[in-house]
Every structure is written in C-alpha cells, then in structure tokens.
Design a protein around this ligand. Structure first.
Ligand SMILES: [Zn+2]
Length: 299
C-alpha cells in the first residue's frame, strides 16, 4: 500500500496492490470462482479502508447479507498481516444470476468494520448498508455518510488465468477539509483540484491499474505528476494468520468440558480447523485431560 497526497494535502489517497498475498489466502480454500473474486475484492477494500485509519491492532471488515455469500471477513493488522474467509451456499452461488454483483452475491445486508486495539481500549466501529452495485461503491457510501469526506475509488480484481496468480488493485482518494483560510487554495480552486483528481482517477484503465510491470510509484506519477504528487513510505502487506495452538487451547477452555467431549471424532480426537487459514489443530484424549486438569499449564 502506497499512501500519497496531492495538491498540498487537499487530497489524500492510497494505492493498494495485492498479488502473492491473495494467492496465499485463496489457495488454501476451494472457493467457487465468484466467491474467491468477492473475497479478493473484500480483502482489497479492507486494506484501503484500514489505510485511512491510524490504529495499532486489528482492523476487521465484515460483509453480511441474505444472499448466496452470507459472510465475508477480512482482517488487516497494523503490521500489514492479512487473512480472510467466506461462508457461502454452493448451490445458491452456482445458480446466482441477474442484478448487480452486490445484489447477486451478498443480497441485502451491511458492510461493517471494527478496529480492535487490544484489551482496555475502545472498539472503533463503522457500519453501512450494502447500497451500491460494487463493493467499492458500498465502501464509498460509508465514507460519504460516516466520515463526511468526499471519496472516490477504483477497484479491480483479476482471477488467475493460465497459471498466473491473483492480482488486485485499488486507488482511493479523499478530499480533506481545508483550514478556514487556506494559503494555497480558494474554495473554487479547491473544487477544481478535487474534480480534476477524480477525472484523472477515472481515466485509469483496469489493465494499467493491475499491470505488475508498472510499479505503484510510477503508476501514480503517470496519473498525478502535475498535481503536486507526494508519496509516503510504502507499507508491505502479507498473508499471515494469527491462529496458534495456544489461542485454540484458550478457546477450547472457554467451553464446558462436556461440550468439547461431544466434538471428539472417531479416533477420540478433537480437531479444530482455523476458518481463515485452514490449519488443523489436533487434541487427543490426553491433551483434553491436560487442558482441564491444570488451567495454568496446559502445554
Ligand atoms: Zn489460522
């Protein structure tokens, strides 16, 4: 993710490009193509929304609806670690037709995010109904309503073709409030600069946006070199789940032992699979005894 500014800070933006991180997340699942595409879009939107906030912890974007894909979750940590998963109804996904992408796959629902900065901190939350033909439009609606910042965004996702991997890209720009007496712009000049940055963004072709041969800084330079472009340090992103044997033990211990015993499979083991990364954690009968016999040292 490459943050940038235009016109002396009147416009703030971010360019997000994702490739191998999407492969790492999506390859672990066997999602039907439309589900994988919606998940790739959601991850990209999550990175762009998270990039607009200052936080130290976990940003989580959820899309919930009554359509063939009732839930999509994407996490972005402040360290740049990504993970995501989707729940879907395979039959409904296969027969989904008509309407906009959002209506067809998510139905009626909402887009919500939380920012978790650890215990003893307030959770920052935002929620907006799914109103828009695309996820980018739904995300823009959030900014328009909740943040009251004019926002424009373009989003493109390309599924693997002939062996090459996933790629996704998104550019968002936001108009920042000017001080009462901006030394640089009159109100009319500011309007003009903002409108120009929108027109330039809309001129971007999908193939340029996604082309790995055009480095992010070069892409922005092409677009905004005449508009006082300044870029900040790029922030790397990678697929990395936060699950661990220790966290799973903590989760199991939170349930009464009777309920955990009922989860035992034919081998007498309890197997817990992380929905995000599909890692399986196995607990034998002995492990479960240990889990409940000594809460202070279950390792
Ligand atoms: Zn995991």
């Amino acid at each position: 993710m490459l943050p940038f500014r235009l016109d002396a800070g009147l416009v703030r933006g971010r360019l997000v490009r994702l490739g191998p991180a999407l492969d790492a997340i999506l390859d672990g699942h066997d999602y039907p193509a439309p589900v994988a595409e919606r998940l790739a879009e959601t991850i990209t939107v999550a990175v762009a929304l998270a990039g607009a906030l200052k936080y130290d912890g976990v940003f989580t974007l959820q899309i919930q609806g009554d359509g063939p894909i009732p839930l999509v979750v994407a996490d972005v940590t402040s360290a740049g670690n990504l993970r995501a998963y989707a729940r879907f109804d395979a039959q409904k996904v296969a027969s989904a037709a008509g309407g906009t992408i959002v209506a067809r796959y998510f139905g009626k629902g909402f887009l919500a995010f939380t920012v978790d900065q650890g215990p003893d901190t307030d959770r920052y939350q935002g929620i907006v109904e799914l109103e828009g033909a695309t996820l980018a439009e739904c995300a823009r609606a959030y900014f328009d309503r909740s943040e009251q910042l004019a926002t424009e965004m373009v989003l493109a996702v390309r599924a693997p073709e002939g062996g090459s991997g996933w790629s996704a890209a998104m550019v968002t720009i936001q108009r920042m409030p000017l001080g009462p007496r901006s030394p640089i712009f009159t109100a009319d000049e500011a309007d003009e600069a903002w409108n120009r940055s929108i027109l330039l963004l809309r001129s971007l072709r999908t193939d340029e946006l996604l082309d790995p041969a055009i480095a992010p800084a070069r892409l922005l330079h092409r677009l905004y070199h005449a508009d006082g472009l300044a870029t900040d340090a790029a922030r790397p992103l990678a697929a990395r789940c936060r699950c661990s044997a220790e966290r799973v033990r903590g989760t199991l211990r939170a349930f009464p032992r009777g309920e955990i015993e009922e989860l035992k499979d034919e081998y007498g083991e309890v197997v817990v699979t992380c929905e995000f990364c599909k890692t399986s954690y196995h607990y034998s009968a002995t492990d479960i005894d240990a889990l409940y016999s000594d809460e202070t040292d279950a390792t």
